[in-house]
Ligand binder design. Structure first.
Ligand code: NAP
Length: 551
């Protein structure tokens, strides 16, 4: 294919989700020439692709939004407590228009290759249509839940029905009168089941692992609450940034402080009252903020695990079905889900739970087999999750200094410096990406905070006339940091996207920082200070050397 040369920029941003749009705003604000490349035909990132029925955010809308512009905060109104996928897209389109981003966004541009050109100190970016662009800086905003995980089931090619993927949902899907099989009972499957079940003639839920899920209790946004937040959004954002979850809205109010240091330090009655209050508030944030040791201490965790198990027993009428829907691993060792009628769907006569943990799914023509049992399905829905955090970057062939590939750099562990860069990949940054605490933060705010650090590094590198490339020792330190935070939690007790165990053979050491967004940003800024010191020193060396040659 003939390559088309397209231009050279100070910075190239990849991905037009929350992170990428803000990265573009920030880079332009810094006076840099920047362009954004997006594979999809429209902006939105994961919110563009994941438009399955029931898709909505699981932290409150007032928290899941940008803070960088007071005007934007004041003028935008969310219609629901938890915005639906369409409204989130509307918001992102509004941002793109309001800040004049559209001319700098190139849609339908899937980046296939990123090559650092050593003797030019810049990145060469090639897209699937063989267009070549160059940028001195490269900001990867490729998303941490964006690379779909497509399981390979035996004989799937022979399936004669329709296959729908939650991550590539069509404009229209009609379930009426159909027999539907859903695979996947994580946040996505939990959100879509009630919608699909309300239309389909028969629904089978093929469950490998049951989910802990709590009622979302979505409602129309209360005007009075919106006004309260907007009265001092700056303070709200400050409190949000100080929270271990990156979100503080619970039940259309600000969350109270944690009730105690430990779930075990209060009486049973007090603890139950707090859990009941969280249950009534709706959503997951209340639970995450209730006691700080729920994700770390097995006995504390057991109190909440049992609380939710008992709720499942009450929500599902058939006790035998309820027992099969009850998880046996610690709550929050996978991300807690929030639902609107998930368990109640199993009380409908046409919704059937099928366990596939032992036999998996086999296809041979129409329908599907689980062991020797055959299920007649017209539509197979895959809600099977993501190759999270590193997956999107692995889909691009990235080579750094000396032609070293990022894949080989990350062969044994995900080596990052501060969850922002890797050694040998100069001037490349990722936002809400590997090694960061994106999974515990509000991604729009984390994008702003990480981009502030990126901005400092770019200013330092440009004024020193050198590239930013962290030394390997910083990666070693960060690996230790990430490892220590992971082993201090109960997350290794379950197979999930957090620890990479949902993808067979995946290398995930160092992939995620679990010390919380507050500590993460402290450490990230310390990392940046050291990197900038190094940049300034090498800038001085370069200037002195040039001076010597000039003399
Ligand atoms: P997920 O949590 O990873 O769940 C994937 C589901 O697919 C699991 O039940 C998994 O079973 C099942 N699965 C995967 N491969 C399978 C196979 N080969 N055979 C049978 N079952 C298989 O993915 P997700 O539901 O898309 O959610 C991912 C994350 O995205 C969430 O944790 C959340 O952070 C975010 N999200 C948020 C919302 C929201 O509420 N705003 C909505 C959707 C997603 P196992 O558990 O046995 O692996």
């Amino acid at each position: 294919m003939t390559r088309i040369e397209q231009g050279s920029y100070d910075a190239i941003v990849i991905g037009a989700g929350f992170s990428g749009l803000y990265a573009l705003i920030k880079l332009r604000e810094m006076g840099l020439t920047a362009t954004l490349l997006e594979a999809a035909p429209s902006i939105g990132g994961t919110w563009y692709w994941n438009r399955y029925p029931g898709a909505r955010v699981d932290v409150e809308s007032v928290d899941y939004s940008y803070s960088f512009s007071e005007d934007l905060q004041q003028e935008w109104s969310w219609s629901e407590r938890y915005a639906g996928q369409e409204e989130i897209l509307d918001y992102l389109h509004h941002v793109a228009t309001r800040f004049g981003l559209t001319p700098d966004i190139h849609l339908g541009q899937r980046v296939t290759t990123l090559r650092y050109v050593d003797n030019e100190d810049r990145w060469q970016i090639v897209t699937a249509d063989a267009t070549v662009r160059h940028g001195r800086y490269c900001v990867m905003s490729t998303g941490f839940l964006s690379a779909p995980l497509a399981p390979v089931f035996d004989g799937l090619d022979s399936f004669t029905g329709m296959i729908l993927k939650s991550t590539e949902w069509p404009d229209r899907a009609d379930f009426s009168g159909q027999s539907v099989g859903i695979v996947g009972t994580g946040s996505t499957g939990v959100q879509m089941l009630p919608h699909i079940a309300s239309a389909a003639a028969t629904t089978y839920v093929f469950q490998r692992t049951p989910a802990y899920t709590v009622p979302l209790r979505n409602k129309l946004q209360l005007k009075s609450f919106e006004e309260d937040v907007k009265r001092d959004y700056t303070l709200w954002r400050l409190r949000q940034r100080q929270a271990p979850t990156g979100a503080i809205a619970v039940g259309s109010a600000a969350a109270p402080a944690s009730a105690a240091d430990s779930a075990l330090s209060v009486s049973d009655a007090e603890r139950m009252a707090i859990y009941e209050q969280c249950w009534e508030n709706g959503g997951i944030v209340s639970f995450y903020l209730s006691f700080p040791d729920l994700m770390a201490d097995a006995a504390a965790n057991q109190t909440l695990s049992e609380f939710i198990r008992n709720k499942i027993r009450r929500r599902v009428h058939d006790p035998a079905v309820a027992e099969r829907l009850i998880p046996d691993y610690p709550v929050m060792s996978k991300r807690l889900c929030a639902d609107t009628g998930y368990f109640e769907a199993f009380n409908l006569h046409h919704v059937h739970l099928v366990d596939i943990a032992d036999d998996g799914l086999q296809f041979d023509g129409p329908g599907v087999f689980v062991g020797s049992d055959h299920y007649d399905i017209d539509i197979l829905v895959l809600a099977t999750g993501f190759d999270a955090i590193t997956g999107a970057m692995k889909r691009i062939h990235i080579t750094g200094r000396g032609g070293q590939s990022l894949a080989s750099h990350w062969e044994h562990e995900v080596r990052t410096a501060g969850g922002l860069m890797s050694s040998g990949f100069p001037n490349m940054f990722w936002i809400n990406g590997p090694g960061s605490s994106a999974a515990d933060a509000a991604p729009p705010l984390m994008a702003e905070d990480q981009m502030a650090v990126v901005g400092r590094i770019i200013v330092a590198a440009d004024s020193a006339g050198v590239v930013a490339d962290p030394p390997m020792v910083m990666e070693k330190e960060w690996l230790d940091e990430c490892g220590a935070t992971m082993s201090a939690t109960l997350l290794p007790k379950a197979k999930s996207w957090y620890n990479g165990a949902n993808v067979p053979g995946k290398v995930a050491t160092g992939m995620i920082y679990l010390g919380g967004p507050v500590r993460y940003l402290e450490l990230l800024n310390q990392f940046a200070d050291r990197l900038i010191d190094g940049i300034e020193e090498s800038g001085t060396e370069v200037r002195e050397r040039n001076q010597l040659w000039a003399d």
